[in-house]
Design a protein around this ligand. Structure first.
Ligand SMILES: [Ca+2]
Ligand SMILES: [Ca+2]
Ligand SMILES: [Ca+2]
Length: 340
């Protein structure tokens, strides 16, 4: 009896599959899948794009079949990169609309951008090359604290070891965004009086102007973001950036380290490229082990009370190496991390 039911089920299954086959008219045609590769309509781009006015670039092409395609955009002077990929026959604003962003730091500048379109699975397909000049940058969403483009502000502070240069540098092609960033470089190779190796290289205190940072109040939807690159350094476990976020909990206009919140966040070296450090401001209430952080104030991360951000570069002097690091583009964003 069981066997008969199984056979009946199998029969029904075959019938239903057949029925489906006959009625299927949606989905790719055989030509879309296996036909010859041709470009049916060529890419046509304007010479320039001004992202600051809301313009965007749409890559529109039609090819004869579904096959993998990749669009790569490369900033000629910044080296910024943006990639799109897909496997549809139609390339359009649905799958290839560029609004001026990069996949990671560095960001695009006002520059010529080289575009390459490839079809990696088609042996005889040409790679298509074009270019477009960026005449206006995309507008950042969020509250920009600084991108170090406007010189050292009078209300900031800094410290460098005697053997370290730490300052804003411009026009050396090293910024994550814009023309300038903050750079530390120097050799610190001594021990402290207690015999342990020195780690401090240099720091910068981004103090709020008298008017405050004007941040949104909700810590649970606010992200802190900064670009960071550590090079010529001591590698994994030997260098890091430490942020201190000082809050004026009682609102008297000064930070009292004995009774107010100083939240600490450490970002340890991962690689020698630009990285986006990004985290939710509210997460500062936890330490790196996920426990409630020990602070001296009310223990609540409160963006509207933030009065100073310290960016501190530390590296292990025991390695005897020159330490070099860059910081750029400190910006708060709402609901999601910054997009370079
Ligand atoms: Ca910058
Ligand atoms: Ca205070
Ligand atoms: Ca607080």
């Amino acid at each position: 009896m069981k066997r008969i039911i199984n056979i009946t089920l199998l029969f029904l299954l075959i019938i239903s599959c057949r029925k489906n086959d006959e009625e299927t008219i949606e989905g790719p045609s055989l030509n879309d899948l296996y036909g010859p590769f041709n470009i049916l309509s060529n890419l046509e781009l304007n010479d320039s794009v001004n992202f600051s006015t809301g313009e965007s670039v749409t890559f529109e092409m039609e090819i004869s079949k579904n096959t993998n395609w990749e669009i790569e955009i490369l900033g000629s002077s910044t080296g910024a990169k943006r990639k799109f990929s897909g496997n549809n026959r139609i390339i359009s604003l649905e799958n290839a609309k560029w609004e001026g962003g990069a996949d990671a730091f560095p960001s695009f500048g006002l520059e010529k951008s080289h575009i390459t379109i490839r079809f990696p699975n088609e042996e005889n397909a040409p790679s298509i090359k074009d270019s477009i000049t960026i005449t206006g940058l995309k507008k950042d969403k969020g509250t920009l604290i600084t991108s170090f483009e406007n010189e050292f502000q009078h209300h900031w502070d800094f410290f460098n070891q005697e053997t370290v240069n730490g300052s804003i540098t411009c026009s050396d092609g090293n910024a994550a965004k814009g023309d300038c960033c903050y750079k530390w470089n120097g050799l610190v190779n001594w021990t402290k009086p207690d015999g342990t190796y020195e780690w401090a290289i240099g720091n910068i205190n981004i103090n709020a102007p008298d008017s405050g940072f004007s941040l949104p109040a909700n810590a649970s939807t606010l992200f802190f973001n900064m670009g960071n690159k550590m090079v010529h350094t001591n590698g994994i476990n030997n260098c890091f950036i430490q942020f201190s976020f000082d809050e004026d909990d009682n609102g008297d206009g000064v930070f009292d380290p004995g009774s107010e919140d100083r939240f600490i966040y450490q970002y340890w070296y991962e690689n020698d490229q630009w990285n986006l450090i990004s985290f939710k401001y509210d997460d500062l209430k936890y330490d790196s082990d996920g426990n409630i952080a020990e602070v001296k104030g009310n223990g609540l991360p409160e963006p509207s009370k933030l009065i100073s951000i310290e960016v501190f570069f530390l590296a292990n002097a025991a390695t005897g190496e020159i330490s070099e690091a860059y910081a750029d583009h400190i910006i708060f964003t709402e609901n999601e991390p910054y997009k370079p």
